[in-house]
Structure formats: structure tokens, C-alpha cells
Design a protein around this ligand. Structure first.
Ligand SMILES: Cc1cc2nc3c(=O)[nH]c(=O)nc-3n(C[C@H](O)[C@H](O)[C@H](O)COP(=O)(O)OP(=O)(O)OC[C@H]3O[C@@H](n4cnc5c(N)ncnc54)[C@H](O)[C@@H]3O)c2cc1C
Ligand SMILES: *[C@@H]1O[C@H](CO)[C@@H](O)[C@H](O)[C@H]1NC(C)=O
Ligand SMILES: *[C@@H]1O[C@H](CO)[C@@H](O)[C@H](O)[C@H]1NC(C)=O
Ligand SMILES: *[C@@H]1O[C@H](CO)[C@@H](O)[C@H](O)[C@H]1NC(C)=O
Ligand SMILES: *[C@@H]1O[C@H](CO)[C@@H](O)[C@H](O)[C@H]1NC(C)=O
Ligand SMILES: *[C@@H]1O[C@H](CO)[C@@H](O)[C@H](O)[C@H]1NC(C)=O
Ligand SMILES: *[C@@H]1O[C@H](CO)[C@@H](O)[C@H](O)[C@H]1NC(C)=O
Length: 528
């Protein structure tokens, strides 16, 4: 008996292929009919609705994706006002062979929250969480619940006004959605002191691949709760809200700006910055934007200007920081200032931080790297002079160290911890016309190739929130994403161990691979 069941088990292990979650080909009309029983009609827009296009492009942040998104639009956009609407969309989608893509802030660098990256592929629907954006602050507990559709600017504003003296570590652009941002990590200028946004998530509510509402982390279980804090958006379910730990911020913070041209020693300064910035006190983060042969140092110090001038003077005298380079302000003002600059003097903070519309910019391509060993001065010289970068290309260097280096690489799925000096984000802007949008322009492509020997390798690391389809896209076999095909991008974003654990969790919670995209987590095959 025992040996027969052992043989059976082995056979099952060897031949296990997860059943795809979509039994039938897509039936858009049946899907819409199904939705109409549980979701009010004004919350479902189809391409024939007059305001459909406006809604579709409303949170697109990259001009590169407007034409592709409108050329192959979703069957519909659902704008839930209640968890039950999200559950209905998932259940109807499964029943009628329609996948959903979830959008919170729409800032995905490859637009995967609202467009299919492989044109002409199967029909899909978008669940846009923009209407679910409440922030509930508990000043006594120093926590907040924030709905997934809120922008980080809304979170900053409500936290600082309801609980003066508290703040939250997250990114730089106020319209980023907390749904995608926390799902992938969340880097900002307080991460050396307090970690990523995802390091400060205490609990969450979500809808799983079966359409069940999981009301807290106990309902999720340890594995799933681990996976959603940094394992990337669009993989394990639809997060509806996060409970976060708020962090102390002083009444006055200081923002420092210093620009250096190559003639003024920019190359030497950046060369020194590489090992200096990760070793500074945790209260001080100095990032660098390199563009047009110039290095722009931007620092946040959680304290007064006199103290930061002293620290910079002793640690980084070459930069010659003076009180004139410093601006003291409240932490809330800083969250607006770093993005809008002096506009904070002429516009109320509400107008800047709570406004979810943003002018559509130019075409953008972003890529990323992690640096573990400092680059030489000669290498930096070449980067500064990289051909054709002038005006159209930019590097953003974000220092790690501090608590980022003290959190272990498997604490959450984000693996880039103690060995990392800094993150590089490559950004290229151009005035595009390409309707396909899927091009890597020359400057960023050739510089990225040049950088290979100098950055992290085996695997070459990348940040999932700077999603980059050049790292690889999935192959789908019999309706289910192949694990092997996803390794290239997956190990770059999460490291080999975390990637494997994420795939194992995907198998547990979404074995049929309902939440599927060009870079979605594959279920780990049982034989692995
Ligand atoms: C202008 C700009 C500035 C940026 N600055 C920073 C920065 O300072 N620091 C930083 O770390 N990153 C930054 N980013 C990157 C940003 O963190 C990521 O693009 C992030 O994923 C965006 O989240 P979103 O909700 O706005 O995006 P969306 O496009 O809505 O979603 C991104 C991904 O997450 C999925 N997703 C969305 N909502 C949910 C949900 N509720 N549950 C599950 N999955 C979901 C989507 O399907 C998609 O796969 C920036 C991006 C832009 C465009
Ligand atoms: C969502 O719907 C449920 C059930 O219909 C209801 O009990 C709940 O109050 C609703 N929530 C919101 C925020 O409207
Ligand atoms: C790429 O990065 C730049 C600089 O951080 C940002 O302004 C831009 O919006 C990003 N683009 C995308 C598509 O994420
Ligand atoms: C720093 O700023 C605070 C206000 O936040 C002020 O009370 C304090 O006197 C300042 N300290 C110094 C040394 O300037
Ligand atoms: C919000 O921002 C958009 C784009 O910058 C602008 O056109 C609009 O006037 C702003 N709305 C408010 C209320 O400030
Ligand atoms: C690209 O567009 C921007 C703003 O839309 C404009 O300022 C710039 O001159 C344009 N550049 C080229 C080369 O057309
Ligand atoms: C720089 O621009 C020139 C002229 O447009 C082009 O021929 C060359 O390929 C470009 N080089 C890079 C590295 O982008």
C-alpha cells in the first residue's frame, strides 16, 4: 500500500502541470453581463463609453504607452468603490476567460497595469483602484491604513496633518500609487534611516486569485504576506489597503542642493560619493542626478541646517556645502519641494500633494542597476561624456547603507541589502512618435551594455519598481507561465532564493496563473 502511494506521488510530482485558470477562451460579453449583476453600471466603462479614453489615459505617466494602450484597449475599465466590486471582477474574469490587470497609480515603467505588452494578445480588463484612496491615521498608535489607490502625496499629507511629528518613508513623485509602489519596495530619501515602504507594512487586505477577500495577514498566512511586501505588483492578488508603521520626523528638516560641472570637479566628487554616501549617518541621505555633464547632489537631512553643514564639511569637504545651499522646512513641505521645487512658495501644499493629475511627459525608458564596488574615476569620466546623452539622458544614484544594509536579504522579497553601495536608475527622455513604444533608445541601451562589468552580476541586479522588459518576458505554455522563462528577470529583481520562494508561493495561491502578464511570477513546477 505504502509503496503504491509512493509511486503515485512520484508520478504526480513528475508529471504535474498546473491547470490553467482560464478554461475557455475569452468571452467579453459574458464577462460584462456577469459584472453587471454585482457592479453598478456607472463603475464599468467600455471603449464605447464617451469618457473611456480619458479614463484609460488618466494615470498614464509615460507618453510612450498612450498609442499602444489606446490601440489595443481593455474590454472595460472597472473603477471599484467597494471590495465586493473587485471580488466580482476577479470571479467574473475567471468564469468567462478574461484576465484582469490592476492599476493603482499607473506609474508602472512598462505600463503593464493598463496595457498588454504583447500587442494582439488575449483580451483583458483593467481594475482601476483610483476611487479607493482613503487614508486613516491613528496618531496614538503611530500607524495608518491607506487604500491602494491613494497616491504617496495623499499619504504624506494626511499623515503629517493628522499626526504632526510623524512621517512615512516612500518615493519622490506624489502621484505614485501605494498599490504598486509598496508591492515593489518603495525607495526614497528616508530609506537609509527607516528602510523601504514595504519594510514598514504591518498588515494588509487583499482579494486573492479565487476572488476571496483576505481581511488581514492572518487570513493570508506568513508566506503570502511576505510575498506581497516587495515581491512585485500584479502577481499574487489585488491589495486593497495597507496598514503601515509611521516614523518620527523632526519639526525641521533640511534640503541641500549643490551642482558641480566637470570643470568644478564633478567626476571626483561622484567618485568619492560612491563610498561616502552609504557610510554617512542614517539621518542624512545624499543622492546624485547626473545629466548634461553635471552632477546635482540633493540631500535630505532630518535636522537643522547648521548640523548638516558641519557634517558635510567634515565628511565631504570637496563639495563645499554652505548654509546658502540649504533650505529648512517641515517634512511635509520637503515631500512637495523635492518634486515641485519652488512652486511650494506659490501654491498650497494641498494643490501639489493631493492633485492626482499630472501633465503627460515625453517618451521615457528606465533601466536600473546595483553597484557593490565603486567605479573608478576613469569609468565615471566616460559615463559623464557618454555620446548623445546631453539633455536626453539622466542617471539617478540612490545611496543604500544605513538600515538598508542591516535588514537581511530575505526579510522581505527585496534582496538588495548589505552588499549594495547604491542603486542606479538610467532614464532616457525623447519626443517619440513610435506607435509600438517598445524600443530601447540608443543612449540608455549602449550605456547599460558598457556598465555590465562594473555593476552587480550573476545575476545582474535590478529594481522591480523600475520595471524593464528588456530583462526578459515570460513564455506561456498551456496557459501557465514557464518558470525557466521567468528566471532572467525574476532573479535580477529578487535574487535566486527569493525568486524561487516567490514562485513557490505563487503555486500555492495562484497555481492556475490567473494573474498573468509579460513579467508576472510563474508558479514553481512541483518537480523543481
Ligand atoms: C514619475 C515616477 C517617479 C518614480 N519615483 C520613484 C521613487 O522615488 N521611488 C521608487 O521606489 N519608485 C519610483 N517610481 C517607480 C514606482 O515605484 C513604480 O512604478 C510603482 O510600481 C508604481 O506604482 P503605481 O501604483 O503608481 O503603478 P501601477 O502602474 O498602477 O502598478 C504597478 C504594478 O503593480 C501592480 N499593481 C498596482 N496596484 C496593485 C494592487 N493594488 N495590488 C497588487 N498589484 C498592484 C500593477 O498591476 C503593475 O504590475 C517612479 C515612477 C515614476 C513614473
Ligand atoms: C461594501 O459592501 C459591503 C457589502 O455590500 C458593505 O457592507 C460595506 O459597507 C461596503 N463598504 C464600503 C466602503 O462601501
Ligand atoms: C523614469 O525615471 C524618471 C526619474 O526618476 C521619472 O521622472 C520617470 O517618470 C520615470 N519613468 C517611468 C516610466 O517610470
Ligand atoms: C533647530 O530647529 C528647531 C526648530 O525645529 C529649533 O527649535 C532649534 O533651536 C534649532 N536648533 C539649532 C541648533 O539651530
Ligand atoms: C492639477 O494638476 C494639473 C496638471 O498639472 C493642473 O492642470 C490642474 O490645474 C491641477 N489642479 C489643481 C486643483 O490644482
Ligand atoms: C521635445 O519636446 C519638448 C517639450 O514637449 C520641447 O521643449 C523640446 O524642444 C522638444 N525637443 C525636440 C528635439 O523636438
Ligand atoms: C549619437 O548620434 C549620432 C547622430 O545622430 C548617431 O549616429 C550615433 O549612433 C549616436 N550614438 C549613440 C551612442 O547613441
Amino acid at each position: 500500500m505504502a509503496s503504491i502511494s509512493l509511486v503515485l506521488t512520484i508520478c504526480v510530482l513528475v508529471f504535474y502541470v498546473p491547470a490553467p485558470s482560464l478554461a475557455s477562451p475569452s468571452h467579453g460579453n459574458d464577462f460584462l453581463r456577469c459584472l453587471s449583476t454585482d457592479v453598478p453600471s456607472q463603475l464599468v466603462q467600455t471603449p464605447s463609453s464617451p469618457s473611456f479614453k480619458q479614463l484609460l489615459v488618466s494615470s498614464i505617466r509615460n507618453a510612450r504607452f498612450v498609442a499602444p494602450a489606446t490601440a489595443s484597449p481593455p474590454i472595460c475599465i472597472v473603477t471599484p468603490t467597494n471590495a465586493s466590486h473587485v471580488q466580482a471582477a476577479v470571479r467574473c474574469g475567471r468564469r468567462h476567460g478574461v484576465r484582469v490587470r490592476v492599476r493603482s497609480g499607473g506609474h508602472d515603467c512598462e505600463g503593464l497595469s493598463y496595457r498588454s505588452g504583447s500587442p494582439g494578445s488575449e483580451a483583458f480588463a483593467v481594475i482601476d483602484l483610483a476611487k479607493l484612496h482613503a487614508v486613516r491615521v491613528n496618531p496614538h498608535e503611530a500607524t495608518a491604513w491607506v487604500d491602494a489607490g491613494a497616491g504617496i502625496g495623499e499619504l504624506y499629507y494626511h499623515v503629517a496633518t493628522a499626526a504632526p511629528g510623524l512621517g512615512f518613508p516612500a518615493g519622490v513623485c506624489p502621484t505614485i500609487g501605494v498599490g504598486g509602489h509598496f508591492s515593489g519596495g518603495g525607495m526614497g530619501l528616508m530609506m537609509r534611516k527607516y528602510g523601504l515602504s514595504a519594510d514598514n507594512v504591518l498588515d494588509a487586505t487583499m482579494v486573492d486569485a479565487q476572488g476571496n477577500l483576505l481581511a488581514d495577514k492572518k487570513a493570508m498566512g506568513d508566506d503570502l504576506f511576505w510575498a506581497i511586501r516587495g515581491g512585485g505588483g500584479g502577481n499574487f492578488g489585488i491589495v486593497l489597503s495597507w496598514k503601515v508603521r509611521l516614523v518620527p520626523v523632526p519639526p525641521t528638516v533640511t534640503f541641500v542642493k549643490v551642482a558641480r560641472t566637470m570643470e568644478q570637479g564633478a567626476v571626483d566628487s561622484v567618485t568619492k560619493w560612491q563610498t561616502l554616501a552609504p557610510a554617512l549617518p542614517d539621518d542624512l541621505s545624499v543622492r546624485v542626478v547626473v545629466q548634461n555633464g553635471e552632477a546635482n547632489f540633493q540631500a535630505l537631512y532630518l535636522g537643522n541646517s547648521s548640523a548638516v553643514v558641519t557634517t558635510m564639511g567634515s565628511r565631504f569637504p570637496e563639495l563645499g556645502v554652505t548654509i546658502a545651499d540649504c533650505k529648512e522646512m517641515s517634512w511635509l513641505q520637503y515631500t512637495a519641494y523635492i518634486f515641485f521645487g519652488d512652486a511650494i512658495n506659490s501654491k498650497p501644499l494641498e494643490a501639489l500633494l493631493l492633485n492626482r493629475s499630472m501633465p503627460l511627459g515625453r517618451f521615457v525608458k528606465n533601466k536600473s542597476d546595483y553597484v557593490k564596488k565603486p567605479l573608478t574615476k576613469e569609468t565615471w569620466e566616460k559615463i559623464f561624456l557618454w555620446p548623445n546623452g546631453t539633455a536626453t539622458g539622466q542617471l539617478v544614484l540612490e545611496p543604500h547603507g544605513g538600515i538598508m544594509g542591516r535588514i537581511t536579504a530575505d526579510d522581505i522579497p527585496f534582496p538588495h541589502r548589505s552588499s549594495v553601495l547604491y542603486n542606479i536608475q538610467y532614464v532616457e527622455f525623447w519626443n517619440g512618435t513610435a506607435p509600438g513604444g517598445d524600443v530601447t533608445p540608443k543612449w540608455v541601451g549602449s550605456l547599460y551594455d558598457f556598465m555590465a562589468p562594473f555593476v552587480s552580476k550573476n545575476p545582474r541586479g535590478a529594481y522591480v519598481n523600475y520595471r524593464d522588459l528588456d530583462l526578459g518576458t515570460n513564455k506561456v505554455v498551456d496557459g501557465v507561465t514557464s518558470y525557466e522563462s521567468a528566471k532572467a528577470w525574476g532573479e535580477s529583481y529578487f535574487g535566486p532564493e527569493n525568486f524561487r520562494r516567490l514562485a513557490e508561493i505563487k503555486r500555492k495561491v495562484d497555481a492556475g496563473d490567473y494573474f498573468q502578464s509579460e513579467q508576472s511570477m510563474p508558479p514553481l513546477p512541483l518537480k523543481q
